[in-house]
Design a protein around this ligand. Sequence first.
Ligand code: BTN
Length: 237
Amino acid sequence: MATTTSTQDIATELAKKAAPEGTVVIAGEQQSGRGRMGRSWLSPSGGLATSIILRPPLACAYLLPAVSSVAVFRTLANLGIHAGIKWPNDVLIEGKKACGILIEHGLTAGELSYSIVGIGINVNFDTGSYPEIADIATSLSVQLGHEVPVAEVARHLYTELEDIYIRIGEPSYIIKEWSQHMVTIGRRVSADFYGNRIDGTAEGVNQQGNLVVRLADGSAREIVAGDVTIANSNGGA
Ligand code: BTN
C-alpha cells in the first residue's frame, strides 16, 4: 500500500487471524509509524516500511534483532553501501541511522504465537529536510547521490531475511555475523543498566545477544535491552 497508519498494526491484526509465517505488509509512507521504547518513527513518502510475521521457536526469538539487522546490513551491501550495526539493531551509514527495527511479540498462555519484525529504511528522501532527524539520520539516496527503486530494496531485504532466518536454530552462526558488522564493539558507550547509567567500553556480544561492557573498575556488565550511546564519535560505519 502507498500509505497506512503503521504496518506494525496491520501485521499484528493479520497474525492474530492466523496469517502464515512470512506474511509481509509493506508501505511507502506511514502516518503513525512506531519506534522502539515508545518513540515515533518518521515515515514519509520515499521510505520503506515493512512488517513481517514470523513464528520462531520461543527459545530462538531473542535472535530476531540479530537476524533482522544482518538482513538489512546485507541488503545495503547488495546496493553497494557499507553500513554498520549499532547494538542491538540500528543500521547506520557513516554514523547516521538509515534503518530502525522494532520487534514485537504475541504471547498466548506462555507460548510465542507470533513475532512481528518491523523494519523502516530511509530510502529516497532528504533526511536533512526533517529537523527532528536531520543531524542523526541519513537515507540511501542521500548516501548514493541518486534514488534507488524501493522495490529493489524490498526484494533484497526479503531474500536476505529468509536466507538468515532459516538458520535461526544456529545461534553461533547468527551472532558471529552480527558481531562482525557491529560498530559498537570496541567503542566507549553509555547505557542504561536497570535505571543506572553505566559508562564503559563495549567488548562484544555474548551468545545470549547481550552487549558486554567493561567498566573502569575492571568489572563487566551485560546489557540485555535498551539503547546504548556511542561516546565521542559519530558512531562509526
Ligand atoms: C526504531 O528505531 O525505533 C525502530 C523503528 C521501526 C520502524 C518500523 S517501519 C515499519 C514498522 N512499522 C512501524 O510502525 N514501525 C516499524
